[in-house]
Design a binder for this molecule. Structure first.
Ligand SMILES: [Zn+2]
Length: 240
């Protein structure tokens, strides 16, 4: 391209992709069917929603010659904003709009007790319907002393799903040197804050916390909605 040349013509003819982002498939299915999308009746409806959105992309593509694609967005901090907007619009509905976050893309709800392998197998089907971008992950305990388990999961990912990752905690408290998992607790004002379980340090600038909230691992701090989501994550492998 020449300097100063506009890019609009490159949007056409399959040269670039325009994403249709979606989030909260779990909440949508729960509201419409009364079930989780991991349950019978819920799953078919969830797949129908995904197919419908894919069909829309195909329709737009045919009409405009622009490569629209369905993208399973992690919605980062927007999760909090969306949750608040849904509450405002529909009120507080138990199990659907009663949290400060909504579920990423097609993901199984973070509190749902599901085995790591079942989760990956289940989400693989949805990942195929999220061609513009998708990532699945499982939460694990500290597996430093269980390399066999790590290898088994990696092998399973290789054979069953396109893109998935393991989330483990590797925090560090600069006050006392603790290197386990820094906890999220509620303070006196009902606000969620991070606290070292070893020395009680609550100073965020004196601790290093790393959590995955999308395809990348974040090390900054998160808003209240995302923090609540992180706090409620079920451990799919090596937990209790
Ligand atoms: Zn500490």
């Amino acid at each position: 391209m020449k300097k100063g040349e506009t890019i609009d013509k490159l949007l056409y003819g399959g040269y670039s992709t325009l994403s249709l982002g979606y989030a909260g498939l779990y909440e949508c299915v729960k509201a419409m069917t009364g079930r989780s999308h991991t349950e019978d009746g819920g799953k078919e409806f969830a797949l129908d929603v995904m197919r419908y959105m894919n069909d829309k992309c195909k329709q737009w593509k045919a009409a405009e010659n622009i490569d629209y694609s369905l993208y399973g967005t992690p919605i980062e901090s927007t999760t909090y904003k969306f949750a608040k907007c849904l509450q405002k619009r529909f009120g507080v509905i138990e199990g659907i709009t009663d949290k400060g976050y909504i579920t990423n893309s097609y993901h199984v709800h973070v509190t749902e007790k599901i085995d790591a392998f079942d989760k990956l197998n289940f989400e693989a089907e949805f990942q195929l319907l999220s061609p513009g971008g998708a990532i699945s992950y499982i939460e694990t305990a500290n597996l430093t002393n269980n390399v066999e388990a790590v290898l088994a999961v990696i092998q399973y990912i290789y054979e069953h799903i396109m893109y998935a990752e393991l989330n483990t905690k590797s925090d560090f408290c600069q006050e006392c040197g603790y290197d386990g998992e820094i906890q999220i607790v509620e303070n006196e004002d009902g606000k969620l804050i991070w606290e070292c379980p070893n020395c009680g340090n609550r100073n965020k600038s004196k601790m290093n916390i790393a959590r995955r909230t999308c395809g990348y691992i974040g090390t900054n701090d998160w808003n209240q909605g995302r923090t609540q989501e992180i706090k409620e994550r079920y451990v799919h492998l090596g937990g209790d």
